[in-house]
Design a protein around this ligand. Sequence first.
Ligand code: GMT
Length: 377
Amino acid sequence: MDASGKLKIGIACYPLVGGSGILASALGMELAAHGHEAHFFSYAKPVRLDLSSPKVFFHPVSVSRYKLFEYADYTLPLAVKMAEIADHEHLDIIHAHYAVPHATAAYIAKRMAKQDKLRIVTTLHGTDTTLLGRDPNYRRAIEYSLQHSDVVTTVSESLRHDTWEIFDVGKPVQVVPNFFTPGVPTQTRAAMRERLGLKDELVLLHASNLRSVKRIDLLLRTLARCRCRERIKLVILAGDSFDPHQALLDELKLGDRVVLCENEYPIEDYIEASDLGIYTSEAESFCLGILESMFFGKASLAFRVGGIPEVMEEGASGLLFPFGDTAAMAEALDELVDDPARVKALGAAAKIRAEQRFTADVVVPKYLDCYAAALSR
Ligand code: GMT
């Protein structure tokens, strides 16, 4: 920390389209805007990281591919890079986003670093607890890394509860919710709808990495069950290949109801073109996609799982259904098609909630408090 209290923070995260990397990037950019230095560690530049700020740095981690190794190792090169930069730049904190392997690599880096003041903050994002935490190949290493983190945070109460159930963390766990800073859409709603071939349908947006936990099967089945499906279009903004789901899309004859997109335009453009979000995950510690839509006055329909009920207020700023109840979700959609005023009212409430609870102004100070707590240990 310098004389004016500005920190040097290392941030380890995944670079791809996924909530933890997106949140870590947004946090680093906000910290830089407040005069702190943010040093990112990853194997590629995080997709939403803007390197134009003189206080944001990216330290790529390269992995050596030795013939002896059946599987390439990333954890040790990451730890070495973090230790080198911690020494060279006098980092105060390493903030690990997603425990595996970032928290473990941070612990090794701390032990290797020549300076002994380095502190570790670990933010658990979801499946690092709920999936890998239950995997005997990982559980013990994650628990050990959490015990040796100076501060541990989760992105929702629900994830804190799961974390307590699965691990002996050995210290209190802080809940620091995710935040989002909406950018300005680059084109009008009308222009974007035209580009996507949308007319006057009710437009649903699903933006995710399409991993199995997102239950794209239930998403498609919900749409297939809508009586008014001819008046609905589902835009899927895919962070990964849609190929595994194509057969079901064909079987359900939804080809003309679904618009598949890759990240060609900023997320803001897609949200602006939509009317509602739709998420059918079987587990979700938070669901950043729902929050992003809320900032643009678009509410979401989702199953009542994990931390989603903490993001939206059931019935007021979004609609929740028991997990797997595609019939109930489809019925709600059929009603919303004929009730644009309700769609707008839900969206307006969603925007108010997002702006009251989930802005950078509200959330970033909570992370700064975590850093202060870590440094005072
Ligand atoms: O935990 C994961 O599966 C990955 C992670 C990610 O990188 O996208 O997603 C989690 O973190 C996001 C950001 O905090 C949350 O919005 C997601 O709800 C959460 N995913 C799950 O819990 C399945």
